[in-house]
Design a binder for this molecule. Structure first.
Ligand code: 5AD
Length: 350
């Protein structure tokens, strides 16, 4: 399937400003998703458990150098309690996210709460599954990834942010290396995780050619999940006010999601909060473009505003979000984990 998508064809779709081409693309992607992964949308209750971060990514509002936000880290018992109340409310999968730290003590804490969430949810669950756990806590060592896997996490999101090494180095400080990111993605796959990656769309210096390569990168890497969103400038970051490309980041993100769905029919694709933030129709059109995962934010209200990756982050109450998804004609699936079908196919081939 992927092979039939030539560079020329992708480039022409991404460069086009014709609304009819966009409409046709979204229709094709919606048909493809209904056929390959069905009309279901799976939820991941998102708990942003800490905004402490050792990195200094030039685009990110929780970068270490931003001294104007309050730093927080939820204590383990609060994280576990939140996870269990999500489970009681009907969620079968969670995404646990934070800034990056490879401090062995901190990772050990994550191992502990993942174990506890797993054990407690299994004890209350008659399907024998317990809560499905996705982690998104950055670049760690192989052994740390392995310990988290053994604790019960089975999916991991680590965006490449920009698959072109040059663009990657323009948006990250010298200490953060592209090779290390690739190495981490490899490690996650070796261990057995369902691996997700993604990019930001509309970054300063990003060309259409870069985006075409990004799509090829996802295919080549045989990823299981994709999480992408438009780049939204944050005032307390070095990239703020830097000139952005002349394409519309919202429309371009929709196109990339749609092409990703068509090129990789059986992967899971997230309809990101950034997409919902940048345009009031973000949820509706993100789903139409082929996204099948939504992550309602379950982070407690008093911490939510400190998890400010970008400006004016959207917050929609989970129940409202579920209502909206149904309103757009999709089924909200709460009972099952909603693992990536691509992962299952990958495992079957082994
Ligand atoms: N705009 C959009 N997305 C951002 N992220 C970080 N900063 C921004 C921004 N300014 C995204 C990154 C990261 C994810 C957790 O949030 O892609 O991987």
């Amino acid at each position: 399937m992927a092979k039939s998508w030539s560079e020329k064809k992708i480039t022409s779709i991404l460069s086009s400003r014709d609304h009819q081409i966009l409409d046709e693309l979204l229709d094709a992607a919606d048909r493809c998703r209904r056929k390959s992964v069905g009309p279901k949308v799976f939820l991941r209750g998102l708990i942003e458990f800490s905004n402490e971060c050792r990195c200094n990514c030039f685009y990110c509002g929780i970068r270490n150098g931003n001294l104007s936000i309050l730093r927080y880290r939820l204590p383990n018992n609060e994280i576990i309690a939140l996870a269990m109340s999500a489970f009681d409310a009907g969620y079968s999968s969670l995404a646990l996210q934070s800034g990056e730290s490879d401090d062995p003590q901190k990772i050990n804490e994550v191992v502990q709460f993942v174990q506890a969430i797993k054990a407690q949810s299994l004890a209350r669950d008659n399907t024998g599954q317990g809560l499905g756990i996705t982690l998104s806590i950055g670049e760690l060592t192989f052994d740390q990834y392995k310990a988290l896997w053994e604790a019960g996490a089975h999916r991991y999101l680590l965006r490449i942010e920009a698959s072109d090494p040059r663009l990657f180095s323009q948006i990250h400080p010298p200490g953060q290396s592209y090779e290390k990111r690739l190495h981490c993605l490899d490690a996650l796959k070796t261990i057995g995780y369902q691996v997700g990656t993604g990019i930001m769309v509309g970054l300063p210096g990003q060309s259409i050619e870069n985006l075409v390569r990004d799509l090829q990168f996802f295919v080549e890497r045989d990823i299981d999940m994709l999480g992408m969103g438009p780049y939204i400038p944050h005032p307390n970051t070095p990239l703020y006010m830097k000139q952005v490309p002349d394409y519309d980041p919202f429309i371009m993100t929709l196109k990339i999601i749609a092409l990703a769905r068509l090129m990789m029919p059986d992967i899971n694709i997230v309809c990101s909060t950034a997409l919902q933030t940048i345009n009031p129709r973000g949820l509706e059109l993100g789903l139409k473009a082929g996204a099948n995962i939504v992550m309602p934010v379950l982070t407690p209200e008093n911490y939510r505003s400190s998890y400010s990756l970008y400006a004016d982050k959207n917050y929609t109450r989970p129940l409202k979000l579920i209502e909206q998804i149904r309103g757009y004609g999709y089924e909200v699936e709460l009972r099952t984990w909603g693992d990536s079908r691509h992962y299952a196919a990958r495992q079957a081939q082994k």
